[in-house]
Design a protein around this ligand. Structure first.
Ligand code: OGA
Ligand code: MN
Length: 284
């Protein structure tokens, strides 16, 4: 019987008795969504699945998102390959544009917030890990919201924030000319609410990311200062869970109420993670 067990922090759970070589039934998919609503991140350990099986798992939650980043140079639009090895198993040089682009994962973020329809759920599968894998850290943006004093909450509700891919990459030293024309044209800055209300639970959470640039209607400096202050606040240890990967783990998380970041790994062993996702329905 399928069940979910909470880890130390309240927003991270482990799924039990799932074999993801079989596509989840609609009932199982609904149970996973309910668990995500409750916890934010769910880990399925030791799932030796292939690409078709990951694609089928992803499709249980909506139409799989197409990976369209030319900078990441993936051969396959079903997945984004994260790590130090590309889709064909070739090492990604630390100086390459792909590596530079991926280093932005070291910044606290939520996936795809630079899109009108961000990624609702991200699915990340550990295909191959180094002997001491770098953990991935998650921040509970709902708990961070809940812990704010009501007067502060009242000031924040209703604010809108500009997100752009250029903002997160400029923090990693990328300049506009390093983006493909396709990315700049297809990913103009977008606006999202600073405080989101969850489509299932109705609970509020802060919605921030490395892609968050400034506040609509405020000066750039004032808006950026607020974004930076709130990211620092929401990623204090009391809101963070650090996940230690074991081979073939699959994690799924709700991007509307969490942030995450990679932690550094400089090799020499391969780290091959395969990422897929589904789009958000509506950003509210
Ligand atoms: C991602 C991501 C972090 C990591 O897949 O969206 O940010 O540790 N990954 O690889
Ligand atoms: Mn990410």
């Amino acid at each position: 019987m399928t069940s979910f067990h909470k880890a130390g922090a309240t927003f991270f759970a482990f799924a039990q008795a799932f074999d993801l070589r079989h596509t989840p039934t609609p009932q199982q998919a609904a149970a996973i969504e309910a668990a995500l609503d409750k916890y934010g991140v769910v880990a399925f350990r030791n799932q030796a699945i292939d690409g078709d099986q990951q694609h089928a798992f992803t499709g249980a939650f909506g139409k799989p998102r197409e990976a369209t980043f030319k900078e990441l140079g993936s051969a396959n639009t079903r997945f984004v390959d994260i790590g130090n090895v590309d889709y064909d198993g070739r090492a990604i040089g630390p100086e390459s544009l792909t590596a530079l682009y991926m280093r932005a994962n070291l910044l606290w973020h939520t996936d795809g917030s630079f899109n009108e329809k961000p990624t609702r759920y991200t699915i990340l599968h550990a295909r191959e890990l180094p002997p001491v894998p770098p953990p991935t850290e998650y921040a509970d943006m709902r708990a961070a919201w809940d812990a704010l004093p009501p007067a502060r909450q009242a000031e924040l509700v209703g604010l809108r924030v500009v997100h752009s891919i250029v903002r997160s990459r400029e923090q990693m030293g990328m300049t506009a000319d390093q983006f493909t024309a396709d990315t700049l044209q297809s990913k103009p800055p977008v606006e999202h609410p600073l405080v989101r209300r969850h489509r299932l639970s109705g609970r509020r959470s802060l919605y921030l990311a490395s892609h968050a640039s400034h506040v609509v209607g405020w000066s750039l400096d004032k808006g950026r200062a607020l974004v930076e202050e709130l990211i620092a606040y929401a990623t204090q240890p009391r809101f963070v869970y650090s996940y230690d990967w074991t081979p073939h783990d699959l994690l799924i998380w709700d991007n509307s109420r969490t942030m995450h970041r990679a932690t550094p790994y400089d090799g020499p062993h391969p780290r091959k993670m395969r990422q897929s996702g589904v789009h958000e329905l509506d950003v509210v």
